[in-house]
Design a protein around this ligand. Structure first.
Ligand code: SAM
Length: 277
C-alpha cells in the first residue's frame, strides 16, 4: 500500500459529512481499525466482503492486512474516496454501489469470503439473521466480524442464565462459535453514537444432524416469546412442541432462559420438521 492521506483529510476533501439517515458513524483511529481487521485472523491473500465501507477507514486496514476486498456502499458520495483506495492498493478493492440488503452477496463476494462490517444497527441485525439463518450449512462465508451496539453483541454471545440470553444467542451459537472480540467506546466514532459498541466474531461449525433451522427458530420464538413462563405454558401453542419436550429429559416446569443451546437443539430434533413447526 502506498502512503495515504489522513482519513479526516479524505472526509473533508470529498465532503463526507456523516449522514444520520444512513447511520453513519465513522472510525478514524488506524490502530483501532487494524485491531478490528485482525479479528478474522491473517488476511494475506484472503477475500473479504465489507458492507458499508463509508470513507474507507476499515477498508484501508483490511487492504493493509493483504486482503482482496469486495465492498458494498449505499452512499455514492463515498465512491471517489474508495476509488483512491483501490488505486493505492494495486486494484485489490472492488466497490459496488448499492443496498447490502438487496444484492446477491454470495455471487458478488464469492464463496469462502470473510465478512467484515461496521453497520447501522437495523441493517446489521437484519443481515446477521440472514447470514445465520436458512437451511443451507456450511454457509458461503468463512467468518463474520461485525460491529454492533454492545447490548446486541451481548445478546449474540450470551449463555443460559444471562439476562441477555435469547433467540439471537441460540441463532448465533447452535452451529457457530460466537465471541465478543472487543468493546469499542462511543468516543471512537465520528460523530459518537449514544451507546457503546462491540465487535463480534463468528465462525461456522458443523450443524447438529436432524435439526431444521425453521423448527429451531419457531421453537425459540415460542419459548422466549414468554420467557418468564414455564415451557409447558409457553410451548402450548406450537404444534408438536410439548410432545417433543416430553421425549427429552427436560423438565417442562423450566423456563426458556435456563435451557442450554444443546437443550433447544434436542427439542427441535424431537419435533422433526412437522408442518406448522
Ligand atoms: N465502515 C466505515 C467506518 O467504519 O468508518 C463506515 C461505518 S458507518 C457506521 C456505516 C456505513 O454503512 C455508512 O457508510 C453507510 O453509508 C453504509 N450503509 C448504511 N446502510 C447501508 C446499506 N443498506 N447497504 C450498504 N451500505 C450501507
Amino acid at each position: 500500500m502506498i502512503d495515504l492521506p489522513p482519513l479526516r483529510e479524505v472526509i473533508a476533501r470529498h465532503g463526507l459529512s456523516a449522514s444520520k439517515a444512513l447511520g453513519q458513524n465513522f472510525l478514524l483511529d488506524s490502530q483501532l481499525l487494524d485491531r478490528i481487521a485482525r479479528a478474522p485472523g491473517p488476511l494475506e491473500g484472503e477475500r473479504v466482503y465489507e458492507v458499508g465501507p463509508g470513507p474507507g477507514g476499515l477498508t484501508r486496514a483490511l487492504l493493509k492486512a493483504g486482503a482482496h476486498v469486495t465492498a458494498v456502499e449505499r452512499d455514492r458520495r463515498c465512491l471517489p474516496a474508495l476509488a483512491e483506495l483501490d488505486a493505492a492498493s494495486g486494484g485489490r478493492l472492488r466497490v459496488i454501489e448499492g443496498d447490502a440488503l438487496a444484492i446477491d452477496e454470495a455471487a458478488e463476494a464469492g464463496p469462502g469470503a470473510h465478512i467484515v462490517a461496521n453497520l447501522p444497527y437495523n441493517v446489521g441485525t437484519a443481515l446477521l439473521v440472514r447470514w445465520l439463518g436458512g437451511e443451507a450449512w456450511p454457509p458461503w462465508w468463512k467468518s463474520l466480524t461485525l460491529m454492533f451496539q454492545q447490548e446486541v453483541a451481548e445478546r449474540i454471545v450470551a449463555r443460559p442464565g444471562d439476562s441477555a440470553y435469547g433467540r439471537l444467542s441460540i441463532l448465533a451459537q447452535w452451529r457457530s462459535a460466537a465471541r465478543l472480540a472487543m468493546k469499542v467506546h462511543r468516543s471512537a466514532f465520528v460523530p459518537p453514537p449514544k451507546v457503546m459498541s462491540a465487535v463480534v466474531h463468528i465462525v461456522p461449525k458443523e450443524a447438529p444432524a436432524g435439526v431444521s433451522a425453521a423448527t429451531l427458530e419457531a421453537l425459540t420464538g415460542a419459548a422466549f416469546g414468554q420467557r418468564r413462563k414455564m415451557l409447558r405454558q409457553s410451548l402450548k401453542a406450537l404444534p408438536g412442541a410439548l410432545d417433543a419436550l416430553a421425549a427429552t429429559v427436560i423438565d417442562p416446569a423450566r423456563r426458556a432462559e435456563t435451557l442450554s443451546v444443546d437443550d433447544f437443539v434436542a427439542v427441535a430434533r424431537a419435533m422433526g420438521t412437522r408442518p406448522g413447526a
